[in-house]
Design a protein around this ligand. Sequence first.
Ligand code: PLP
Length: 422
Amino acid sequence: MTLPGHPYFSFVGSELHAEGCSLRDLAQRFQTPLYVYSRQAMLAALCPYQSALQGRAHLICYAVKANSNLSVLKVFAEAGCGFDIVSGGELERVLAAGGDPAKVVFSGVGKTRAEMRQAIEAGVRCFNVESIAELDVLSEVAVSIGRRAPVSLRVNPDVDPKTHPYISTGLKGNKFGIAHAQALEAYLHASRLPGLEVAGIDCHIGSQITETDPYLDALDRVLDLVEAIEAAGIPIHHLDLGGGLGITYADETPPSADALIGLLLQRLQSRGHAHRELLFEPGRSLVGNAGVLVTEVLFLKPSEQKNFCIVDAAMNDLLRPALYEAHMGIVNCKEATTAPALTWDIVGPVCESGDWLGRERQVAVQPGDLLAVMSAGAYGMSMASNYNSRGKPAEVLVDGQSAQLVRRRETTQELFAHEKPE
Ligand SMILES: *Cc1c(COP(=O)(O)O)cnc(C)c1O
């Protein structure tokens, strides 16, 4: 029986499997907490993007920050993807994983001169520039090394993506992008700078978006600008429509990538822009439902007010519930355990009341059971920290019956290796 919304995770007998691998076996081999990713689930999530864009000029740039494990990057590099990066560190990861720098777009509001130089020298496809001040500095850096940097301006279309305020980025009050009203002026400025070459236009309005209207509204606003910018004599080659497509964590019903892209293509066609090269920057929708975090139940602590189920994974391993009050599905890796299903708050060992993974969950648990936190492939390990001197979890990539350890568990010695007692 596969889990609804998780076709690559299913109960075989009574044991939850990732593809052909039992999570219990993986937990025994690699201990817990343990991130487990399904390679097939990632490729299956990429497929609707690729098929919707087949036959037209496009580039799918996987957003590295969603899950930056080298083996995950390699899966997408081998599938022909480019990458959306937000730091020099992510660029190094992409190169280490065999990614093509000519397929990399560099986003982010605070690129340093060193990062700009590093990315120009690596030969990235495009800088997504987020302010007029950044244009000036980027041009200076490019001139200083005798190069021209390809740029898109990230414009802020001021549309409400109707998602959590921490992950909406395309509204006027956000730090991201250049205001719609200033965009034309910014393009004119960019076109006069000696170190820049205008390549395209970019927008990214937020994350975990579950409706199509915000995308279509943003596209309309971007096309209005493209028309104005080209009328001013500056050709725009590609449109980068960002990432942000949501996934099902609980009962959300986001459009599929091919349905969304189908609508965007229709709109482009009806407005006479069908010829444009399209870039997308999906992160969460490619990896979110391809991963789980496996954790062991340490203690049960029932009480009059609340029942606490204390597990060995914590907010340092998976921050989304503490940071966004995000809901993540939690299932017992062994189906039909004999313990009665009570209502539990699933919490970790970290000394913070915000350290919970799930609240008021009805699940049958006993000490020693393994739980799988579902949909943990995106913004899980990539946001993990060492708070409370906890080493980061190990990561495993499953492909059919085979499981590779793609990052080993951190040791405590590694945590303080850079410190020096005086
Ligand atoms: C985070 C981010 C993405 C990816 O967003 P998802 O919601 O994971 O698809 C894409 N582009 C930019 C600029 C980002 O900051």
